[in-house]
Design a binder for this molecule. Structure first.
Ligand code: ATP
Length: 361
């Protein structure tokens, strides 16, 4: 089992509140990613779960058992560090078996267990090597092996891929997802990389300045960001965010009241959902939801720059004072200097409160 309950977790370092009243349930077997920018408190929260950093306030439970004050060794959690923290003078075999030797298991049992874990991680051929004789990816697998061998209730992983090059990172992502599937164990995984979060997580918890902004599946946090912060953090290029005013007007088509968001040079239809007329808001539209040169454009602007990403193209456009990114399959059929109309995919306009940043609709 590996249910983790975090209740009002708070950690202060002097005047800095690194983790600020975070409550979160991690279900057994989940792959939960703690995601956020540098300094948002994700490592501190993970270290608190591991017992390496005592909380200033709040409580932690593992399978309903209070572990707030339990020493790390007795928590039944295995941590994998960014640095791997391998013993340089020990072989792969002895590195992986280390936690079992510390528990004084028999030599025979240790050998059997290490062989099994090495098989799972495809390290069987490398058991007699030392860490310095391994590639970054292999070292990372040894660090995982040392966690795996303990058969813990949950795995805590702190940016385990950040020392790998881009290609290896992509293949190791895939391996970790496979491993998670096979083990059916709970993973709590810290990263600032949204691609890792989106591709591996069953749920993502997004932290900002020590606070939990949103928890949800990758689809939920991407499609329905709960705040302007989440909207701007996920997506590459990020969501276009700009001030607008919502007004209601009589639509000639439906003969009913319709809401539109107005900003200089644009009039974005919001459909008939939502009840926030006559307010100032922040509007959010993802680059892939702006379509150039379609019927019924919501705005017109000028193409300033095109970026070729291979399969896709990004057009940086100016609409009045607002700079907007448009993303689509290449070729978009645009050139710098073009005057264009931009239509908005219906149902893909996000509205946020201008002061609190919370989602309005
Ligand atoms: P990164 O991705 O850069 O590792 P993070 O989101 O993991 O960032 P933390 O390492 O948890 O962030 O740090 C959160 C805040 O707490 C930061 O402002 C950091 O400077 C501060 N902090 C972390 N550890 C300590 C410490 N031991 N003493 C004082 N301040 C600390």
């Amino acid at each position: 089992m590996g249910d983790i309950q975090i209740r009002g977790a708070t950690k202060r370092f002097g005047a800095v509140t690194a983790v600020d009243g975070v409550s979160l349930d991690v279900a057994d077997g989940e792959f939960l990613v703690l995601l956020g920018p540098s300094g948002c408190g994700k490592s501190t929260l993970l270290r608190a779960i591991a017992g390496l950093t005592p909380l200033t306030a709040g409580a932690l439970e593992l399978d309903g058992r209070d572990i707030t004050h339990t020493p790390p060794r007795e928590r039944d959690l295995a941590m994998v560090f960014q640095s791997y923290a391998l013993y340089p003078h020990l072989s792969v075999e002895r590195n992986i078996g280390f936690p079992l030797r510390a528990r004084r298991q028999s030599r025979h049992d240790i050998r059997r267990k290490v062989a099994e874990v090495a098989g799972t991680l495809e390290l069987s051929e490398l058991l007699q090597r030392r860490p310095r004789e391994l590639s970054g990816g292999q070292r990372q697998r040894v660090a995982l092996g040392r966690a795996l061998v303990r058969d813990p209730g949950a795995f805590l992983l702190d940016e385990p891929l950040s020392n790998l090059d881009a290609k290896l990172r992509a293949s190791t992502r895939y391996e970790l997802v496979e491993l998670h599937r096979r083990l059916r164990a709970t993973f709590v995984y810290v990263t600032h990389d949204q691609v890792e979060a989106m591709t591996m997580a069953t749920r993502i918890a997004i932290l900002n300045q020590g606070r939990l902004e949103q928890v949800g599946t990758p689809e939920e946090v991407y499609d329905e960001p709960a705040s302007e912060f989440v909207a701007g953090f996920l997506g590459s290029p990020p969501m276009n965010l700009f001030p607008a005013t919502i007004v209601s007007r009589v639509s000639r088509v439906s003969r009913g009241g319709e809401l539109v968001a107005l900003a200089p040079g644009m009039e974005v239809p919001l459909g008939r959902r939502g009840e926030v007329p006559d307010t100032d808001v922040v509007l959010g539209i993802r680059p892939e939801h702006l379509r150039p040169n379609r019927p019924h454009p919501a705005m017109s602007g000028t193409v300033r720059l095109l970026e070729n990403l291979g399969g896709e193209e990004i057009a940086h456009c100016a609409v009045g004072e607002v700079r907007l990114c448009v993303r689509g399959p290449r070729p978009l059929g645009l050139a710098a200097g073009d005057e264009i109309g931009l239509a908005v995919e219906p149902g893909h306009v996000h509205v946020f409160h201008p002061e609190t940043g919370r989602r309005l609709r």
